[in-house]
Ligand binder design. Structure first.
Ligand code: PLP
Length: 265
């Protein structure tokens, strides 16, 4: 008998033609895990390691029909959602996911580190009200949490507001130690995860990598806490391999799994 098929992880995200973030980075991370990557592109960006100069959301009807085609045929094991671009695309994704019963990791991408807006204000409302409640885990950084809460970023307040677990990532906060906070709504349970910072200027795409690696672990049955610990290990390993690729800020590079982590099918 032939080997069972590897798990399929679907990324719904923007395209970064320089390969450091978005769909390109997600598919690379999914392949490193030994899974099969399916991908629906929500928006095209014009960018390189120096920054983003243009964003063009894909027609929401095309996004909807690509998602329908994938779900009609493939046994998707987990989904990662990244950049959505505009409200129509965000609404199409929310509608396509409403009947889907697999783990969903939502990275609520708002803007590039270089400053370019990757999500409109109207789309933010759709993400908060329609999409986030469908997620297994939402993984904002501080700026994204502030925008979703319309208040000071706080993991417990955000998980209570969204009604789903939240991993508030702290990589953008200066300091020698990076602290992420995982909060579960309606439970007296919060996990603080800290580790020494891995110093590198080449950290483009860390949000994409942590959310995709978490989705890869959820696809093979890990708990949310186990998957978050795995995602953090992948980012740390990727930061240790990050290199200057172009003239600007290079990407975090996950080229193999962290030491001691085996592929799981
Ligand atoms: N471009 C795309 C397509 C993305 O999905 C993202 C982040 O998720 C970015 C750019 C921004 O990456 P960074 O904040 O590392 O610049």
């Amino acid at each position: 008998m032939s080997d069972p098929a590897p798990p399929i992880v679907l990324t719904i995200a923007g395209s970064d033609p320089s390969g450091g973030a978005g769909v390109q980075a997600d598919l690379r991370a999914i392949a490193v895990h030994g899974h099969v990557g399916a991908a629906v592109i929500t928006a095209h960006t014009v960018q390189n390691t120096l920054g983003v100069t243009h964003v063009a959301p894909v027609d929401a009807r095309l996004v909807a029909s690509q998602l329908a085609a994938v779900f009609a045929d493939l046994p998707v094991a987990a989904i990662k959602i990244g950049m959505l671009g505009d409200a129509e695309v965000a609404a199409a994704v929310a509608s396509a996911l409403s009947g889907v019963r697999v783990p969903v990791v939502l990275d609520p991408v708002l803007r590039a580190s270089s400053g370019a807006e990757l999500l409109t204000a109207e789309a933010l409302r759709v993400v908060r009200d329609d999409l986030a409640p469908l997620a297994t885990l939402v993984t904002p950084n501080l700026a994204e949490a502030r925008a979703l809460l319309e208040d000071e970023p706080d993991a417990a307040a955000l998980s209570a507001r969204l009604g789903v677990p939240v991993l508030l990532t702290g990589g953008h906060v200066a300091g020698d130690v990076v602290t992420d906070v995982l909060d579960f709504p309606g439970e007296d349970r919060q996990v603080t995860l800290s580790a020494p910072r891995i110093p590198t200027p080449h950290d483009h795409g860390t949000g994409c990598l942590v959310s995709t690696s978490i989705a890869c672990a959820l696809a093979v049955g890990s708990s949310v806490i186990e998957a978050v610990e795995h995602g953090r290990a992948c980012v740390r390993h990727g930061l240790a391999s990050a290199r200057k690729l172009g003239q600007g800020r290079g990407p975090v590079l996950l080229l193999d799994l962290p030491p001691g982590v085996a592929r799981r099918a």
